[in-house]
Design a protein around this ligand. Structure first.
Ligand SMILES: CC/C=C\CC(=O)SCCNC(=O)CCNC(=O)[C@H](O)C(C)(C)COP(=O)(O)OP(=O)(O)OC[C@H]1O[C@@H](n2cnc3c(N)ncnc32)[C@H](O)[C@@H]1OP(=O)(O)O
Length: 728
């Protein structure tokens, strides 16, 4: 039964029961409508309470039922809302757990709302590419005013109960059972007037210049959410609450949602939503997986190395209230690390404070302890090594700690691409060794690549994936290969960006095209931020530049393939990016962030092209996007072929959460599917034939096969490979 009803004296309690989150599916809507009509007609019922089973009010419309072209149901959520609001008997919402999207819209149509202290409310539709179109954009401004409503709706913010009370969204916050409190309130208000409790009948009150306010909001949103259509539609809908009578406002919501659906963005964002949830459902070829391997509970941890990554990881663990011993090799670095962690934790506490939440680290370090003594980590459950990317150093540390730690402790390495098996091979428990590739800043970035080595046991995977979730990360299990998934795909993308400079572009042409596509940052801005020396060092280690390049090697060739040495040349001149005040761009000062195109670079590129007799040509944005993205996508197909990622969805989760890919485009593999695999294949094939010295352009076997079999849906891509190669 999706909806049940029972009576407590004169109060009828209607409970939504649709696990896991009581989403409003068609069946739930029908049942809710029916039960509500019956309760409202029943003469023995004098008041009604709406609640959700299993401690959750309702997470909104059932996203699984959204079809690509229509969001209509036989009975819409707003049909139910209208009925509730106009009911002559008082209706109280008892909010436990979550009241999100259609769930909050349902609660807003009730005459009163009681929330449990731990509940959260919000209208997060914008995050899945739509707007609250069951009256949310019309009722919320009438309840809490335009600025607060707009902020919640445009950002899709989750609001904790205490803040919801301050804003006036809920009438009571209780520490005990919210349903009992709602029933109690319902009894008290029987027979009392309800006219000023029906939000649709209230005027929207404001004392601001509405035209200016919405113009500014639109301008800001166009910058902040560049390219995303839903935030703009949300603003238009809230504006309609001021300009139009309530029922016309509802019509406007419907028009706006219908027009959003035609952009394809909701479909991409909903795909991203479910892909993210599925990423946690890892399964090994052996059948062992998330649903049959229990993780070990991690209570105590240690982090080795307090550089940028280590500090972020310590902060992350501390935020999750997990005890952590932070270890450094000398007093100076320990103190620097400690100062940095304190400052990060203070910022985190401030953020929580603003949300009305308290933190265990508000007045200090919470569960962190700093030390120079390796002996102190002997009893921890799990260690995360976060020293710099050097195989020799990492092996030395792993050898040492595997002798010290208790036998069942887990050993994790934070690396962005080193061989997990080589690191594991020096320990006395390779089955407990795993990679945890955090992204910088590690206390903020949501992505975590969990890297399984050939020895890693299922329980180690389960424990690390579960720890990732506890830290609030989106953990994705990947296989062990140089650079893993995200960075491996990035390599040909950055390589193409270099070739584009040789062929006639300036850095800003490439960055502008990709930022216009929706990336948070183009490749040259990204390199300036990360530091050009990082890639330079790695190329030196690989013998691509520096003393180890065999004499006589042509400047623009390595092992017979095309090579662009421009980044190396900038590094030789000390142009390391932001930290040097110059890189691909110039900056206002050392460490400055405001990039300006540098005439020196233009001049340098012109001379470079002349020296190498390169005929440059005008390259438009479409060519830039295709050249950079198609090789990245091609690398994604190779990763699937090699069994390094479980699914195209996992690759997309990695790109959406760690590489600034615009979520409204779903991720690179989803983008390839919507662009058309044949187009991607033919473009790559043509370019490869014209440039046989760029191997990353050669279409992969999987891409070719998928085109040959008629481009099956993305969910079926992997089945085309059979069990060819699975490193997971
Ligand atoms: C006409 C338009 C009218 C209304 C529009 C809407 O209401 S759109 C929906 C708006 N609501 C949301 O966007 C909420 C989305 N859900 C969440 O933010 C989180 O899931 C939530 C509720 C905070 C719970 O988070 P938690 O981390 O505890 O669990 P998880 O995210 O893994 O979700 C558990 C399973 O529930 C499924 N699910 C969640 N929300 C919905 C939903 N609205 N519809 C359908 N399914 C939903 C989720 O996929 C998980 O499923 P599983 O099979 O276990 O992977």
């Amino acid at each position: 039964m999706e909806v049940t009803r029972y009576q407590s004296h004169a109060v009828s309690v209607i409970e939504i029961n649709h696990p896991p989150v009581n989403a409003l599916s068609s069946l739930v809507c029908q049942a809710l409508f029916k039960e509500f009509v019956e309760a409202s007609k029943d003469p023995s019922v004098e008041a009604i309470v709406l609640c959700g089973a299993n401690g959750k009010f309702c997470a909104g419309a059932d996203i699984r039922e959204f079809k690509s072209t229509s969001l209509m149901k036989t009975i819409s959520i707003e049909d139910i809302n209208g009925n509730i609001e106009s009911c002559k008997k008082p209706v109280v919402a008892a909010i436990e757990g979550v009241a999100l999207g259609g769930g909050l819209e349902l609660a807003l149509s009730c005459h009163y709302r009681v929330a449990h202290i731990k509940a959260i409310v919000g209208l997060p539709e914008v995050l899945i590419g739509i707007l609250p179109a069951a009256g949310g954009t019309q009722r919320l401004p009438r309840l809490i005013g335009i600025p607060a409503a707009l902020d919640m709706i445009v950002r899709g913010r989750h609001v904790p109960a205490t803040e919801a009370f301050q804003l006036g969204i809920v009438d009571q916050v209780v520490q005990t059972n919210a349903i009992d409190a709602a029933v109690h309130l319902a009894r008290e208000i029987i027979g009392k007037p309800l006219d000023n409790r029906r939000l649709s009948t209230l005027p929207v009150q404001y004392n601001i210049n509405i035209e200016d306010f919405f113009d500014n909001a639109l301008k800001k949103a166009k910058i902040q959410f560049f390219g995303a259509q839903a935030p703009l539609a949300c603003i238009e809908a809230v504006k309609a609450s001021v300009e139009l009578p309530f029922y016309q406002g509802l019509k406007k919501e419907q028009e706006l949602i219908a027009s959003l659906v035609t952009t394809g963005q909701p479909q991409a964002q909903q795909y991203a939503f479910f892909s993210e949830r599925n990423a946690g459902k890892w399964t090994l070829p052996s059948g062992e997986g998330w649903d049959n391997v229990s993780p070990k509970i991690i209570k105590t941890t240690a982090v080795i190395g307090l550089g940028t990554m280590g500090r972020g990881i310590v902060t992350s663990l501390s935020k999750a209230n997990i005890s952590v011993i932070a270890l450094e090799q000398d007093e100076k670095q320990l103190n620097q690390g400690k100062k940095a962690v304190i400052s990060l934790l203070e910022k985190e506490a401030e953020k929580l404070n603003k949300q009305g939440k308290s933190s265990s680290f508000a007045n200090g370090l919470g569960p962190v302890h700093f030390t120079l003594d390796f002996g102190e980590i002997r009893n921890v459950d799990l260690v995360i090594e976060a020293v710099y990317e050097n195989m020799g150093l990492k092996k030395k540390i792993f050898q040492k700690i595997s002798k010290i730690l208790k036998p069942d402790a887990f050993l994790c390495t934070n690396t962005s691409g080193l061989d997990i098996d080589e690191i594991a091979s020096v320990t006395n428990r390779p089955q407990n060794v795993i990679g945890m590739h955090f992204f910088s800043p590690a206390n903020i970035m949501r992505l975590l690549e969990v890297v399984r080595g050939c020895y890693t046991s299922p329980i180690t995977i389960a424990t690390t994936m579960s720890l990732g979730k506890t830290l609030g990360k989106v953990a994705v299990l990947v296989g062990n290969c140089p650079l893993f998934v995200g960075n491996r795909m990035l390599l040909p993308y950055v390589e193409q960006a270099g070739y584009l400079l040789e062929d006639g572009c300036n850095p800003e042409d490439v960055d502008n095209a990709l930022e216009h596509f929706g990336f948070a940052m183009g490749p040259f801005c990204m390199m300036d931020l990360a530091g050009l020396d990082v890639g330079w060092r790695s190329r030196m280690e690989k013998g691509l530049t520096g003393d180890r390049v065999p004499t006589g090697t042509p400047a623009r060739q390595r092992q017979g393939n095309r090579y662009c040495p421009i980044a190396d040349m900038l590094c030789e001149l000390g142009r390391f990016g932001q930290k040097a005040g110059m890189g691909w761009y110039k900056y206002e000062k050392l460490g400055g962030r405001k990039a300006s195109p540098d005439p020196w670079i233009r001049d340098f590129l012109e001379k470079y092209r002349n020296t190498h007799q390169i005929k440059s040509h005008v390259i438009n944005s479409e060519e830039i996007i295709q050249r950079c993205l198609y090789v990245l996508i091609n690398a994604g197909f190779k990763i699937l072929e090699d069994g390094i990622a479980t699914s195209p969805e996992d690759i997309d989760v990695i790109y959406n959460n760690g590489y600034g890919w615009p979520k409204y485009r779903g991720g690179p593999m989803y983008y390839a599917a919507t662009t058309g695999l044949a187009k991607v294949y033919e473009t790559l094939d043509r370019n490869y034939k014209a440039n046989p010295d760029i191997p990353s352009m050669k279409p992969t076997f999987l891409l070719r096969k998928l085109v040959a079999v008629g481009e099956p849906p993305l969910k079926e891509w992997k089945t085309q490979l059979g069990n060819l190669n699975n490193k997971l």
